[in-house]
Design a protein. Structure first.
Length: 177
């Protein structure tokens, strides 16, 4: 064989090798394109799931902020009510002390009260708030001789009273007839 034949055979072999290399390279690129597309499709599916999760997270965060705001409002309201309660308790305590001192003063002034005993009636007058008489008990603030007006603060025994719930407990209430 001559050198020209060998040159032609070598050129054909080189062309075949180059052709095979190009075909393999194209198939490799095509395979990589398909693989990249598969990855993109999976990523797109996962992106939708991630977007749903992000939406759920934003909704949960918004609910948490609303709940926190409501809790802050309730806490502020509770603090305000607690302050009001303390104020009312202070006023009630000072009112109770004033009323107690008025009862003590009345008992000191009353000539019928001596050593904690009522000398004109057979009942104990140690403290007008703890009267045990069942019906006709009147304290110094009530109309004189009106047996329908009584002090209902700590009277023992069963009674049905009609009164205004807005009237303080130290004010006399009238019994239901």
């Amino acid at each position: 064989m001559s050198t020209a034949v060998w040159i032609i055979v070598a050129v054909v072999v080189v062309v075949l090798v180059v052709a095979v290399a190009l075909v393999v390279a194209r198939k490799g690129k095509e395979r990589k394109r398909l693989e990249a597309n598969d990855i993109r499709e999976k990523a797109a599916d996962q992106a939708a799931i991630v977007e749903e999760r992000e939406l759920l997270a934003r909704e949960s965060e918004a609910k948490a902020r609303r709940a926190q705001a409501e809790a802050d409002v309730k806490a502020a309201e509770a603090d305000k009510l607690a302050q009001q309660a303390q104020s009312h308790q202070g006023v009630a305590a000072s009112s109770r002390d004033e009323v107690d001192s008025q009862f003590e003063r009345a008992n000191r002034i009353d000539p019928d009260v001596k050593n904690g005993r009522n000398t004109t009636h057979d009942r104990n007058v140690r403290d007008d708030r703890n009267v045990r008489d069942d019906r006709n008990v009147a304290d110094d603030r009530n109309a004189m001789g009106d047996h329908n007006v009584t002090d209902d603060r700590h009277v023992t025994g069963h009674r049905d009273f009609v009164g205004d719930p807005d009237v303080p407990p130290t004010a006399p209430r009238h019994e239901q007839n």
